[in-house]
Design a protein around this ligand. Structure first.
Ligand code: FEO
Length: 398
């Protein structure tokens, strides 16, 4: 596929990566992805975003089919992650007259990506730049999903270029949202995994664009959104808006139990933690998909992890739960661990170490039970749960 004119004098000049199956090592891309870049052929020709280094020759060839590269005046870098800047060094060699437009943070990052003199201008939040017969407005959108990010709005054509925002890892050369196959699930997967940790920032940027007359969204990955752009913006808004009852603290207890002993502890802890101001969920980690636990983890104020010890380690389902936490904003959430054991009982300490590494706050020492929990152990578990709930309510008794 070559290029596509998405509006008069505005071309998609991106590349397709249909075979990509994992992005950034960890995110699934079951239908591949695209790296979208756009050429605005205004009086001052301008490029929006760039592509992955791997596709540099193809990308430059597409651009050359539309324009003399030396005529490009501006290159807008909305975000500096290398899937959008990989081809930039080669591009800059052929665009001696181009000035890079970016946020201040992106300019700092670019210094460490390009390692040379950069002809650039840092744009302020809300700043407008004239391309002669067209006009760009820049909207800073930090943490969509890096601190460097901004959106670019082409005022005359009512197009928002939000880079990774409203993007999807979904490769379909028909490109438009009304032409490609159903990508709703992948659109949400992208939001949850890439933008989800920054919900507050998502809402802040949406507030900034709410009065723009956006008629088309041209993101940096996947389909171009033209049928109802606000449907996608409102979906982000909806997914980013906190739902829990602010009056109640949410506690989620994940456990895995080989012979029911850790489960018995989890149940006692759950009873102890249940007060009028808490909502407690008990989840058998061995029977759920960790990916589907993201909402539970995100909405929890406190997280308890319980595992039997096997071969000096915690059980795999607990590690799997903790592995999804790295892409969720769990920083400073309160946590503690528990578990039954036979002779050594390392599981609780190992889980604690991992939780601390994820920047959660361990609020109390583990509770452990040797083999089958006695009545006294069950009582200790109940107190442990109560103390944990109290720590969330701000009046710990521990
Ligand atoms: Fe598509 Fe954050 O890069």
């Amino acid at each position: 596929m070559q290029t596509l004119e998405i509006k008069k004098d505005i071309h998609w000049v991106g590349v397709l990566n249909a075979t990509l199956r994992i992005f950034d090592i960890v995110f699934q891309t079951r239908f591949g992805s695209t790296y979208n870049s756009y050429l605005i052929q205004a009086e001052k020709p301008t490029l929006i975003d760039c592509v992955h280094e791997k596709f540099t020759p193809e990308y430059l060839e597409k651009l050359r089919s539309l324009i003399e590269l030396k005529d490009i005046c501006y290159i807008v870098i909305n975000h500096t992650e290398m899937d959008h800047t990989g081809a930039l060094p080669a591009l800059l060699k052929e665009t001696p007259n181009a000035q890079i437009l970016s946020t201040k943070t992106a300019a700092l990052f670019l210094k460490n990506i390009l390692h040379g003199d950069i002809k650039g201008k840092m744009v302020e939040d809300g700043e407008c730049i004239s391309l002669g017969n067209k006009h760009l407005k820049f909207i800073h959108a930090p943490y969509w999903h890096w601190p460097d990010t901004m959106f670019t709005y082409l005022e005359d054509d009512h197009i928002l270029f939000p880079c990774d925002g409203f993007a999807t890892h979904f490769c379909d050369e028909r490109l438009y949202d009304d032409r490609v196959d159903d990508f709703a699930e992948d659109f949400q997967y992208y939001y949850e995994h890439i933008m989800g940790p920054y919900r507050k920032k998502i809402l802040e940027a949406i507030e900034k664009i709410k009065d723009l007359d956006i008629r088309l969204i041209a993101p940096s990955h996947g389909p171009i959104l033209r049928t109802d752009p606000w449907k996608y913006i409102n979906a982000y808004k909806d997914w980013s808006t906190p739902r829990k009852d602010p009056g109640k603290k949410q506690i989620v207890i994940f456990y895995a139990s080989m012979y029911g002993n850790t489960k018995k502890m989890a149940e006692a802890i759950g009873r102890g933690a249940s007060t009028i101001n808490t909502e407690v969920k008990l989840i058998d980690a061995a029977n759920v998909s960790p990916e589907f636990m993201r909402c539970e983890i995100e909405s929890a104020d406190g997280i308890l992890m319980g595992s039997s010890t096997i071969n000096g380690d915690a059980l795999k389902p607990l590690w799997d739960i903790m592995n999804v936490m790295f892409s969720i904003n769990v920083k400073l959430k309160k946590c503690a661990t528990f578990g039954a054991y036979g002779w050594s009982g390392e599981a609780t300490r190992l889980m604690e170490d991992r939780l601390k590494g994820l920047k959660l706050t361990v609020v109390q020492p583990p509770v452990k039970a040797l083999l089958t929990p006695s009545d006294e152990d069950v009582k200790r578990c109940s107190i442990f749960g109560y103390d944990f709930a109290q720590s969330l309510l701000g009046s710990s008794t521990t």
